[in-house]
Design a protein around this ligand. Sequence first.
Ligand code: PGA
Length: 243
Amino acid sequence: MVAANWKMHGDSQSVLQFAEALETYAGAHESQTLVFAPPSPYLQSAALIAKHFAVAGQNGHEKSRGAHTGDVSMSMLRDVGCRYVIIGHSERRGAYGESDKLIIDKLLLAFESGLIPILCIGENALENADGVTMAVLTRQLQGAMEFLDESQKKQLVIAYEPVWAIGSGKTPDVADIGRIHEKIRYVFAENNAIIADSLRILYGGSVNPENAKQIFALPDVDGGLVGGASLTFDSFQKIIKAL
Ligand code: PGA
């Protein structure tokens, strides 16, 4: 599975062009799960094109409705054709102070609304330097697992995104990515050994056409969440071909 996270980039024309190119590619590669997360104004037009790929919201509100000017609910995302929603992206944890507790509320509401969450977890540069990466990931992961039932755990997608690697052009050593993904699966297995084997764990943070093959070849990496390098179809196609 590879997801293109466009963040706050693009316009109606570039979204349409990308969605059409992705649809053609995805139609010929049905074994891959390809996901496109454009900004919310463009979700519906992308979803209308998406027969062989899936559309994801980049965020959804933790409440199902109400006086929340400027926000978008999970059920609205589902209503316009999204199948996935990105939750807990570090840019939201950082810029909007999204806490672990708020992220759990979002996870539960996403499932309730018929969406599959892509839960982002990751350590920041300081935590990485302090050697507490696994403690941070375990906290973020176990906190969420406690509240999910079996069928939700089966569907959940995890994206490991070291915060310091996002948009920076830096990635951890490939061996470190492999080790961390293996540990994430192990932490999940402590909670549910059967589901852990099929859990999709994506890597995100400066994935590009040059490093994708090596990263995707790691046994516990099941794909990627790609930001900057997904903004042109040409570059994204090179990445999905590496899968
Ligand atoms: P990047 O972003 O590929 O530009 O590092 C990844 C992400 O934030 O999901």
